[in-house]
Design a protein around this ligand. Structure first.
Ligand code: CA
Length: 221
């Protein structure tokens, strides 16, 4: 079970990390909202704890944007009573649960386990670039309303690029997301799959949505 702890107070981070690791979680941490969003977009987590007051964008903004970009990982927001937002807002923007600070570790772990058992909530997640659309829940891909059949790897590459339209991703980033950090093969495998993808999503429609950014990588636009 991979958990992401988004929290900027080192004391709480090490406390949570120690405890969750002893409960069998593999823990990663982010102390900044912008970093957290990037991690959520690029790595799969089974569960996330998200603090609200953070350097960079705040926890609400991280949650809202992550959901908009198709992240389905269950999110537990750690809220405080005072401030511009309240707990109802947390659920409204796509958090699965919330816990008010200060919280008890036992309760936190129980809530995380409940979220894990429940798994990602079914959310209609449509990502669109022009007339190309993918549903991140069903993995259905369409262009101009016509269904396109992709292999799982092709789909994952496309989903990754469509989460951040216009932003180029390097071969290494794509490899890490689609094949995982332990992949030791040739990074040119990405080129091969990009070619397959273009044959399915672009060529039949006379379009070039999947672009090569010289010296950087690939993007959809
Ligand atoms: Ca904080």
């Amino acid at each position: 079970m991979r958990a992401l702890i988004v929290e900027d107070e080192p004391g709480i981070v090490s406390y949570l990390r120690r405890h969750l690791e002893s409960e069998g979680f593999v823990v990663e941490t982010a102390g900044d909202g912008d970093v957290a969003l990037d991690m959520l977009l690029t790595r799969p987590y089974d569960v996330v704890t998200l603090d609200i007051v953070l350097p960079g964008m705040n926890g609400y903004e991280v949650c809202r944007r992550a959901r908009e970009m198709g992240v389905v990982a269950p999110i537990l927001m750690l809220t405080a009573k005072d401030g511009a937002y309240d707990e109802a807002d947390a659920l409204e923007i796509g958090a699965d649960d919330f816990l008010r600070k200060p919280f008890s570790l036992v309760v936190l772990v129980a809530r995380l386990r409940a979220l894990l058992r429940r798994g990602p909530a079914p959310r209609a997640q449509l990502l669109e670039v022009g007339d190309l659309a993918i549903d991140t829940r069903t993995h259905m891909v369409t262009r101009s309303g016509k269904a396109i059949d992709l292999t799982p790897r092709e789909y994952q590459i496309l989903e990754y690029l469509m989460r951040t339209p216009g932003v180029p991703r390097s071969k290494v980033e794509i490899l890490e997301y689609v094949w995982g950090p332990d992949f030791l093969g040739d990074e040119n495998v990405v080129e091969v799959y990009v070619r397959y993808l273009r044959r399915k999503i672009d060529a039949p429609f006379g379009l070039s949505t999947l672009k090569t950014v010289r010296g950087v990588g690939y993007k959809v636009e």
